[in-house]
Write a protein that binds this ligand. Structure first.
Ligand SMILES: NC(=O)C1=CN([C@@H]2O[C@H](COP(=O)(O)OP(=O)(O)OC[C@H]3O[C@@H](n4cnc5c(N)ncnc54)[C@H](OP(=O)(O)O)[C@@H]3O)[C@@H](O)[C@H]2O)C=CC1
Ligand SMILES: CC(=O)N[C@@H](CCC(=O)OP(=O)(O)O)C(=O)O
Length: 345
C-alpha cells in the first residue's frame, strides 16, 4: 500500500483528494493536516467521508510526513516549496497542487505570484504533471508540479494543432470559464453566495498567472513564438470549467483531418475524450470525474478552428490529475481509482 499524506486537508482540493483516495485500492491514508482542526476526525468536518476515512487532522508541525511514501500539497502557493526539500531528502515523493514548481523561471514565478521562491534548485527537477503530454517524466519523478486548472484545458486543446503546425502560434485566444470552487474554500467576499450566484463576470483580463504557465508549456510544442490571450470568467456554478479556444488555421486541412489528428493524439489517453466533430461538450458531463472532453468546430468552414474543452476543475483540473500522477509515479495503471463516471444531472 502507498502511504499518503495530504497537507491542506480542509480545502476543496484536499477534500477532493480524500474522496478519491479513500476508495483507491493501493492507498493507505496516513496523515492529513490542518492548522486549525488539529485532532478533529476528518469525517466530523466532512460527513460525506463517514465510514470511508477514519483518521483525524493533525497540525502540520505535529504530522510526521516522513513516514509517508508520497505527500500531496493542497495548499496555497509557497507552502510546498518550504517543505519539499526535507521530504525529498527523506525519500518521500511530493506532488504539489499549487504553482510552486510549475514555472521554471524563478523571476517569472516571483513576478506573478508575488512571493520569493525559496528553493529554486528544485525547479528544473520538478516534472510538470500533465500526464497526457509528459507521461515519461512523471513516471520517473520524485517531485511533480500539478498543472493549474485553466492551463490543463488550454494545453490539451491547443497541443495537437500547435504540434502539427496547423495554427498561428502568435494568435491564440482562450476564453475560459470556471465554477466558483476554483477559488478555494477560504472566505472571500467575491465568492459569497450573494456575490457569485446569479452573476457572471470576467476577471484577471489584464493578466492572470495562468498565462505565463500556459505560454511556457505551449512554447515547448512549437518553434514559432507563442502569443496567448487568456480571459478567465467566473460562472455561477460550483464545479466545472469550460474553455473556448480559438486558432487561426495556416494550412489547408479538412475537418476530417483535424478530427483524426485529435483522435490519434489522444488514443492512448484514457482521460481525454475527443467527441464527434461539432459536438457541444457540457461541464456536467465531467462533474466528479477525471475526464476532460473536447470537441472541434470550424464555423462556415473558414480558417478559424475552435476547440471546446470541459473538465471538472477540482478533478482533472486538480486532485484527479494529481492522483493520475501518483499512479504513474508508483507504476500503477494510470486509471487506478479514477474510473468515476460524471454525476448527472
Ligand atoms: N480549487 C481549484 O479548482 C484548484 C486549486 N488549485 C490549487 O490547489 C491549492 C489548494 O487549493 P484549494 O483547495 O482550492 O484551496 P483552499 O483555500 O480550499 O484550501 C487550502 C488548504 O491549505 C491549508 N493551508 C493554508 N495555508 C497553509 C499553510 N501555511 N500551511 C499548511 N496548510 C495551509 C488550509 O487548511 P488549514 O487552514 O485548515 O490549515 C486548507 O486546507 C491552491 O494552490 C490552488 O491554487 C489548483 C487547481 C484547481
Ligand atoms: C475561479 C478561480 O478563482 N480560479 C482560480 C484558479 C484556480 C487554480 O487553478 O489555481 P492555481 O493555479 O492557483 O493552482 C483563479 O483564477 O485564481
Amino acid at each position: 500500500m502507498i502511504k499518503v499524506g495530504i497537507v491542506g486537508g480542509t480545502g476543496y482540493t484536499g477534500v477532493e483528494l480524500l474522496r478519491l483516495l479513500a476508495v483507491h485500492p493501493d492507498v493507505q491514508l496516513t496523515a492529513i493536516t490542518s492548522r486549525k482542526e488539529d485532532g478533529l476526525p476528518v469525517a466530523d468536518m466532512f460527513p460525506s467521508l463517514r465510514g470511508s476515512v477514519d483518521i483525524a487532522f493533525s497540525s502540520p508541525d505535529k504530522a510526521d510526513l516522513t513516514q509517508c511514501d508520497v505527500v500531496f500539497f493542497a495548499t496555497p502557493h509557497g507552502v510546498a516549496m518550504a517543505q519539499a526539500p526535507a521530504l525529498l531528502a527523506a525519500g518521500v515523493k511530493v506532488i504539489d497542487l499549487a504553482a510552486d514548481f510549475r514555472i521554471k523561471d524563478k523571476a517569472v514565478f516571483e513576478k506573478w505570484y508575488k512571493i520569493e521562491h525559496t528553493c529554486p534548485e528544485l525547479l528544473e527537477e520538478a516534472a510538470y504533471g500533465l500526464a497526457e503530454l509528459n507521461r515519461a517524466a512523471i513516471q520517473g519523478a520524485r517531485l511533480v508540479a500539478n498543472p493549474g486548472c485553466y492551463p490543463t484545458t488550454m494545453q490539451l486543446g491547443y497541443y495537437p494543432l500547435l504540434k502539427a503546425g496547423l495554427i498561428d502560434a502568435g494568435g491564440l485566444i482562450a476564453d475560459c470559464k470556471s465554477g466558483v470552487s476554483g477559488a478555494g474554500r477560504k472566505a472571500e467576499i467575491g465568492t459569497l453566495f450573494s456575490e457569485s450566484s446569479d452573476n457572471f463576470k470576467a476577471y484577471g483580463v489584464a493578466g492572470h498567472r495562468h498565462t505565463p504557465e500556459t505560454s511556457a508549456q505551449l512554447q515547448k510544442f512549437t518553434e514559432d513564438k507563442v502569443a496567448l490571450v487568456f480571459t478567465p470568467h467566473l460562472v455561477p456554478m460550483i464545479r466545472g470549467m469550460h474553455s473556448t479556444l480559438y486558432g487561426r488555421l495556416t494550412k489547408d486541412v479538412t475537418n476530417e483531418e483535424l478530427q483524426a489528428l485529435f483522435e490519434e493524439q489522444y488514443k492512448d489517453s484514457p482521460f481525454v475524450d475527443v467527441m464527434p466533430f461539432g459536438s457541444h461538450p457540457e461541464t456536467r458531463s465531467t462533474r466528479g470525474s477525471n475526464m476532460l472532453r473536447l470537441a472541434l468546430h470550424r464555423p462556415d468552414n473558414g480558417n478559424t478552428v475552435i476547440v471546446l474543452v470541459v473538465q471538472d476543475n477540482l478533478v482533472k483540473g486538480a486532485s484527479g490529475q494529481a492522483v493520475q500522477c501518483m499512479n504513474l509515479m508508483f507504476g500503477l495503471e494510470e486509471t487506478t481509482g479514477l474510473k468515476q463516471i460524471a454525476l448527472l444531472p
